[in-house]
Design a protein around this ligand. Sequence first.
Ligand code: SF4
Ligand code: SF4
Length: 117
Amino acid sequence: MTWVITSLCREKLDMACVEVCPVDCIVQRTDGSSGEWPNQLYIDPEECISCGVCEPECPWEAIFEDEQVPEVFQEDIALNARVSEVRDDFEVPEKADSDSPTPDQVQANKEQWGYDG
Ligand code: SF4
Ligand code: SF4
């Protein structure tokens, strides 16, 4: 079991999850988004200890246990998993302060992905 960051994180990058991960396994591409790698954070499944503390910290509700990832985000499981294969292209990002989204913003982000959770 591991945890997965889904597309709900794209272009959000508030880094709230990075603050709490005890093993620094939440990472970002060193060269930003490119090709198959959209601009979001990812969890390296080989480093994740499945503690779950990141999930409640995510204001965009983008993090799921792999077995609980909604159908619409299933492809994100493989994308996160591939980070382990190319880990040198990723780094733990700088922590950042940002305002929390409103409930309406969180809902709108879900709707743009066709997720009604
Ligand atoms: S589940 Fe724990 S170890 Fe895994 S990414 Fe979240 S905070 Fe880090
Ligand atoms: S807290 Fe959530 S939205 Fe923010 S960077 Fe982490 S996964 Fe992305």
